[in-house]
Design a protein around this ligand. Sequence first.
Ligand code: HCA
Ligand code: CU
Length: 367
Amino acid sequence: MPGLIDSTLREGAQTPGVQFTLAQKIAIAGAVAAVGVEEIEVGTATPLDDDLRPLMGALREMPERPRLSLWCRCRPGDIIHAGRLCPDILSLSLPASERHIRARLGKSRDWVLARLRESVALARDAGIASLSLGLEDASRAEAGFLTELIDAAVALGVERIRLADTVGILTPGGTAELLSKVGRRHGGTAFGFHGHNDFGMASANAVSALEAGAAWADVTVLGLGERAGCARLEEVAALLVLVLGEEKYRLDRLPALCTLVGKASGREIAVNHPVVGRGIFTCESGLHVHGLLADPATYEPFAPELVNSRRTILLGAKSGSRAVAGCLADLGLQVSPDALPGVVRHIRGLAAKMGRPLGNAEIIDLV
Ligand code: HCA
Ligand code: CU
């Protein structure tokens, strides 16, 4: 599988209220590259963005850099501008659904097909070697027209075609069906998938697209993006490595990347955020603590150290005697088997009264 395209600097930067500085953009790209992501969508090609030229210049100097792409509307001025910025690949974007073509733009299908031909020709004239076509709202496009658009793009030699689930309405099964269908018709073309998270399906859909033969899936750090955002880099990369066995991303770099993007975007990272939440390896309930002490894999899908974290076992109102015995042993405290039930009762009672689990010092005091 070729891999992931991080769009934190393009779609992520569109998030309401998010405004990265040039220095932040350079730092984020460096941290994304450190994870081993294959391609970075650096921004939207438009003469209105003063950061793009210095940003592309700085990123081109990165050692072992990912491929650098730009996203671009099919406007002549923007395409010519993109050519001057020399991306490794330019992603031209056009709407595929009736709603976007007619209601938003007041145009026709023929207009879209004509724009595609003109834009590809203009991009080639501008010296852009590799082209991607992003089909906006592909998940709601009429099937026949979607096929017509893809056929036209393939005939024009577009190297990659990206299907966007712009309003996040696909299920993982529907995503797989869509990608398998286009893949069957155009075996030689690389397909990409860009999924939104309006129903919480974005990361699952990204994985589903890859499993169904997509070469590329778009992601953003912390799922930044319009509305509920996009597929999350940290979730998709961790699943690819830890469940599907693709040993190509450095997961220990994810916490630093997410912290950096969290600060730059003003977003808190939830305690239970998959992969990088600070509470995901904390356990208090007796049943789970017992399992973890016997064999961590009973209740952990992967070792915390793989994502630079560690396990925390709390003693509280839900703790059982094995958890208490295990924790006391860890703290170097000796309690006879006869006294253990009383200690457990005390710990549970005190924790319930305080409404929180006990810290080490409180446990030592109590014992
Ligand atoms: C947007 C556009 C887009 C484009 C995707 C693409 C979408 O809403 O800003 O060109 O591949 O989600 O449709 O991000
Ligand atoms: Cu999008």
